[in-house]
Write a new protein. Structure first.
Length: 388
């Protein structure tokens, strides 16, 4: 097991009705908030009104940035920074999923930077003072409510870049599972795939004896498998929504990677897919993941796949190692299909392979050569071709 330092400062208010605390929490750190959200769904389902009621109760002034897109754009970040400066906001409240929260994080990090926010995305060392963040989560997926990461797209250059800085970890997060009950079956399924992908990026490494981390990860994966279908088929299933929401946070708040850190692989590849084709992140990951698994399966890592197959999928341990490994991959792919996630890049509208070379070239810049199973440009091209 590797050495590590672990600290997550986010204070979580989990469960039904916890939004009633948002006014007092906001009052403890600021006086005027920028509300950040996407489309109109939070106004239709009552979440917006619930937040506003509590802010008014505690005399917190607010202004708004609406219309944040999935795969959030740097243009939205720039707009949010301008509003914060003009309106003198001293805290940010994103209401939504990972895209909205990611956008809010980069706004918070850029307000006190004199240059363009894209500079901050590319070079987090430029971050100085950051506005505090209180999240109100509406979809279980990215785990952005409890981590220091954000991913922002620049459509002018077809770039999608990850931004990491400890200062943007949310101060407070409101996690009410009932807020996820109006999420569509498609987005719920994509969220489940996203949660599982965060675990896979860490799980399929070998860093000595990491038994406790592996046990945590296998529990998160079994939770997704158990409750993902339930949430898709019965959107009002509170227990399913609650378990998925908590799994989302713990899959990427740094806990599972303590002592087992290393370069991620599928996320840099998928980021290029969504940078060029603007696809749903979790869907792109679900398409890529099984092909990546098959590509890296070899004698050096087959025992990890055996552990995965036996402990997560319940495959008979008396089978031969490669038989277990391949069955585990097949079951993973079949589960994504059961969630009704598209199986190929063609199905999500990618009509040819013309961009695969440049996408692969950009993906490997994310450190894929340093992954447990290193990948170069041609390796990534082969994985994309297999997924096509």
């Amino acid at each position: 097991m590797q050495n590590f330092v672990y600290h997550v400062p986010t204070i979580v208010y989990f469960g039904k009705g916890q939004v009633e605390h948002i006014g007092e929490l906001a009052a403890s750190i600021g006086r005027k908030a920028l509300l950040v959200y996407g489309g109109g769904s939070i106004k239709q389902n009552g979440i917006y009104d619930a937040v506003i009621k509590q802010l008014k109760k505690c005399k917190i002034a607010y202004t708004e940035l609406a219309g944040v897109d999935p795969n959030p754009r740097i243009t939205s970040v720039r707009a949010g920074v301008a509003i914060c400066r003009e309106e003198k906001c001293d805290l940010i409240i994103p209401i939504g999923g990972g895209s909205v929260i990611d956008c809010a994080k980069v706004i918070a990090a850029s307000v006190n930077y004199s240059g363009d926010p894209w500079d901050v995305v590319l070079d987090p060392s430029k971050v100085t003072d950051v506005l505090p963040i209180i999240t109100v989560l509406t979809i279980a997926a990215t785990g952005s409510e409890m981590d220091y990461c954000a991913v922002i797209s620049n459509l002018e250059t077809n770039d999608k870049a990850e931004f990491d800085h400890v200062k943007v970890i949310p101060k407070y997060s409101i996690l009410d599972p009932t807020y996820t009950q109006t999420v569509s079956a498609y987005q719920t399924a994509a969220g489940v795939a996203d949660i599982m992908s965060h675990v896979f990026e860490v799980y399929f490494k070998k860093c000595g004896d990491t038994y406790i981390q592996d046990q945590f990860m296998e529990g998160i994966l079994r939770t997704c498998i158990r409750y993902g279908i339930r949430a898709v088929e019965n959107p009002d299933d509170y227990d399913a929504r609650a378990n998925l929401m908590w799994a989302s946070s713990w899959a990427i708040n740094g806990m599972i990677s303590c002592g087992k850190s290393g370069a991620w692989v599928c996320h840099p590849i998928e980021h290029e897919i969504s940078a060029y084709y603007d696809v749903t992140h979790g869907v792109g990951l679900a398409i890529i993941l099984p092909h990546w698994m098959r590509y890296i399966l070899d004698d050096a890592i087959v025992d990890v796949f055996v552990q995965y197959g036996v402990n997560v999928w319940g495959i008979d341990s008396s089978f031969l190692p490669y038989e277990i490994a391949n069955l585990a991959i097949d079951k993973t792919e079949a589960y994504f299909r059961q969630l009704k996630i598209p199986a190929t890049l063609r199905e999500i509208g990618i009509k040819d392979q013309s961009m695969f070379e440049i996408m692969a070239e950009k993906a490997v810049r994310g450190g894929l050569a340093k992954a447990y199973h290193p990948l170069d440009k041609q390796d990534v091209v082969k994985i994309l071709e297999a997924a096509f």
